[in-house]
Ligand binder design. Structure first.
Ligand code: SF4
Length: 382
């Protein structure tokens, strides 16, 4: 690869009054606020949607001729500025996703730029024709730390029907094999809903055989109430948690949940149960780390630059092509309000586990229109 690229100019529209160094100052101020509320002082993961999501169409898309603003709404210079912001805030992980990130001609320079700024990157890929032989090895050479793939079922029938493209399951497994050949760790992301929840045990078996390092179980959040029938009920969430917990005791890969914040409450309950009276629920909650959640440690930036607390929450706290990431995360009313658990309502508001869990704000918002309402898919009664 060529020499280390530099951010040579501020992208149009970005305020020169909020340079990266100003971001550092903002973090310090927010640290005090965050510390007093017991929440993360900075994002622990920033996810950037590098290209416009295209669903199944992304599986056949070819790279754009240039990383123009029209093609990506996020120029290379803007990408470099975002990485500088992430580095200034000491965010432990920048997760790159799409669409199909391989359609960006500046993908390699971006990863190389991040690596040069000590920003650890993970990249979610689709097994499209753009994933040509040698690409994964080249990504590793640029400094990529981990590759992620979507896998929504243990069988081709389940996975391929999700995308509407036959052969994707086979190609995903082949791509995972290629990652192993170059010793690049693999993460698998699975959206769990009523269409595949019965497949969890088979997925656990498959992921064990595939030798992944991390399974990100994404609990389905509808985009509107019309899709509510696809979402797991509160009891179905509990059943899924039980299976994940059982698996976590013997599999060699890490299991994390997305929009399944109440899995943290489930884990606490198991800890109390298994302590056989040595640990009270209050003690377990006191000792537990504050849970990451929508806007609490997590930031999602879409392909236009809008920063949201969650990929599944259609609300923006600001535009990182015009403001620093620190400004948006530390000062926007949306992000600040989500770190204030006293705003939670209903049973989430009176739940002793609200600082560990807090429920899915995205699910609450989509289902009720109220960002601070109770997560409608939690079976726990405080
Ligand atoms: S009631 Fe709310 S805060 Fe408590 S465990 Fe359920 S979702 Fe989490």
């Amino acid at each position: 690869m060529g020499g280390m690229p530099t951010a040579s100019q501020l992208p149009p529209g970005r305020s020169k009054s909020t340079p990266v160094s100003a971001g550092r100052a903002a973090v310090s101020e927010a640290d005090a606020i965050g510390a007093s509320r017991g929440f993360p002082l900075r994002p622990l993961q920033v996810t950037w949607e590098m290209t416009r999501p295209g669903g199944g169409k992304a599986a056949t898309a070819r790279p754009a001729k240039s990383a123009s603003r029209e093609a990506n709404h996020f120029s290379t210079a803007e990408a470099f500025h975002l990485i500088e912001d992430v580095a200034a805030m000491h965010v432990p992980l920048l997760a790159l996703t799409g669409g199909d990130p391989l359609t960006r001609p500046d993908l390699f320079p971006i990863i190389e730029f991040a690596s040069g700024h000590s920003v650890r990157t993970a990249l979610t890929l689709l097994p499209t024709p753009n994933l040509e032989p040698g690409i994964i090895a080249e990504l590793k050479a640029c400094g990529l730390m981990r590759v992620g793939f979507w896998l929504h079922g243990s069988t081709p029938a389940l996975h391929d029907s999700y995308w509407g493209i036959s052969g994707l399951h086979r190609r995903t497994l082949d791509a995972i094999g290629t990652c192993h050949e170059v010793q690049l760790p693999v993460q698998v992301n699975t959206i769990v809903s009523r269409r595949n929840v019965q497949d969890l045990d088979s997925m656990i078996e498959l992921l064990t055989r595939l030798d992944v390092v991390l399974w990100n179980v994404v609990f389905f959040v509808p985009t509107s109430r019309d899709e509510a029938g696809t979402m797991l009920s509160a009891d179905e969430h509990e059943d899924a948690f039980a299976r994940l917990y059982q698996a976590s005791r013997h599999v060699h890969f890490q299991i994390k949940t997305t929009e399944g914040q109440h899995y943290q409450r489930y884990l606490l309950q198991q800890r109390v149960r298994e302590s056989r009276g040595r640990l009270t629920e209050a003690e377990a909650i006191t000792c537990a780390p504050k849970g990451l959640s929508d806007g609490k440690g997590l930031v999602f930036i879409n392909y236009r630059g809008e920063a949201s607390p969650s990929r599944f929450l259609p609300l923006s706290g600001g535009d990182v092509t015009r403001q620093s990431l620190a400004d948006v995360y530390c000062e926007s009313p949306l992000f600040v309000s989500l770190r204030d658990s006293s705003r939670l309502k209903g049973k989430c508001g009176r739940c002793p586990a609200r600082n560990v869990c807090g429920g899915s704000r995205a699910r609450a918002y989509v289902m009720t229109g109220d960002l601070f309402a109770s997560d409608p898919c939690c079976a726990f009664e405080p």
